[in-house]
Design a protein around this ligand. Structure first.
Ligand SMILES: *Cc1c(COP(=O)(O)O)cnc(C)c1O
Length: 370
């Protein structure tokens, strides 16, 4: 079979896709640019790494790798159920929380349906919509964030899913509890609201919602969270969704068996029980965010105020050039042209020295390009 025949056979939705662009790995940069000791501030990873308790737990189960993992994730669900105050049958585990975003769509969405998301949304939402051949409705942003009132207005009888990231990636913007609850109250029963809380653990705002409390009143809500960000386990791939138990049951039917591996299950179970590490991670983030935004002010650069572990900054010129120049200095950040923000770079908050290295390189580059 020739390659071109595969292109003819592929579903139209798949042919039209652009692959998800991950941040450049450190090893690749060092290979391509011949630099050493590169710094990666591109994928919103925890600069402290995983909890030592999580690493120990994963090492302890490594020897059992000949066996399949617990396909039901009993121990982790038990710990999460206690930690979150929800029942275990409301929890669905995923190979990263990305899995949950996909399972919900596979349960509910077919080509005659519509999916609603915001203009500067996480790249996976339009991608999943297109794979399923459904129609995506990207609603124009308000101050770079979700315009929930406008989003409610485009919902119709064909809408099955609304994706909302709170806080949002790549903008770091967030929606208040009262705004979001009004949105939920306005949703018809046939629309599932997927509230993606990948950065939940970083938010320190009094008006930020405690969304799990809404589940009993709004059966058409699913909340997703992940171990990839504040818990520092991105490489193990584990996240979860909390929903009505009937939706959890349906998602369990489309979930590939053993989608979460043994190391991830053990590490995540231990990580939930190490809240001290989470607290330290939040503190490093708070200090690093202050360091970065102070530097942007000094350099006269506009940035989008963020409550996550990253900040998106307008470099006042085509950001691709600045991105490339930073790579040359051994600093990896994320260009935002693919999100429709060609003048912006997204920078993950690192440890003090990493942030300092980025700031120094950026300052030198901007001086040269001016
Ligand atoms: C990082 C991220 C995720 C989660 O990724 P997983 O590693 O699959 O858990 C989900 N949503 C948003 C908005 C993210 O930024």
């Amino acid at each position: 079979m020739t390659e071109s025949l595969f292109y003819q056979l592929a579903l139209a939705g798949v042919r039209g896709l652009t692959p998800y662009q991950p941040g450049k790995p450190i090893e690749e940069l060092e290979r391509e640019y011949g630099v050493r000791g590169a710094v990666k501030l591109a994928s919103n990873e925890n600069p402290l790494g995983p909890s030592p308790l999580a690493m120990d737990a994963a090492s302890r189960v490594l020897g059992e790798s000949a066996r399949y993992p617990d396909g039901n994730g009993f121990a982790l669900k038990a710990v999460l159920s206690q930690h979150l105050g929800v029942s275990a049958d409301q929890i669905t585990l995923g190979n990263g929380s990305s899995d949950l975003l996909e399972f919900a769509a596979r349960v509910l969405v077919s080509p005659e349906h519509e999916v609603v998301y915001s203009q500067y949304c996480f790249a996976l939402y339009p991608l999943l919509t297109q794979v399923l051949g459904a129609r995506g409705q990207a609603v124009p942003a308000k101050d770079f964030g979700h315009d929930l009132e406008a989003m409610a207005k485009v919902v119709n009888e064909r809408t099955r899913l609304v994706y909302i990231a709170n806080p949002n990636n790549p903008t770091g913007t967030w929606s208040r509890s009262d705004e979001l609850e009004a949105f939920l109250a306005a949703m018809p029963e046939h629309v599932l609201v997927v509230l993606d809380e990948a950065y939940y653990d970083y938010v320190d705002e009094a008006q930020y919602p405690q969304s799990l409390a809404w589940l009993s009143r709004y059966p058409n809500l699913m909340v997703t969270r992940t171990f990839s960000k504040a818990y520092g386990l991105a490489g193990l791939r584990i996240g979860y969704g909390v929903s009505h138990r009937d939706l959890a049951d349906l998602m369990n039917r489309v979930r590939p068996p053993f989608n979460v591996n043994s190391l991830a299950l053990a590490a995540a179970t231990a990580a939930v029980q190490d809240q001290g590490h989470l607290q330290r991670s939040r503190e490093v983030n708070r200090a690093g965010m202050a360091q970065l935004t102070a530097a942007f002010k000094t350099l006269n650069l506009d940035y989008i105020p963020s409550v996550g572990n990253f900040v998106t900054v307008n470099v006042g010129q085509p950001a691709e050039k600045v991105y490339e120049a930073l790579l040359g200095q051994g600093v990896i950040v994320r260009p935002m042209a693919g999100y429709g923000l060609p003048g912006h770079l997204r920078v993950t908050v690192g440890q003090e020295a990493e942030n300092g290295r980025f700031i120094q390189a950026l300052e030198a580059i901007l001086k040269e390009l001016r």
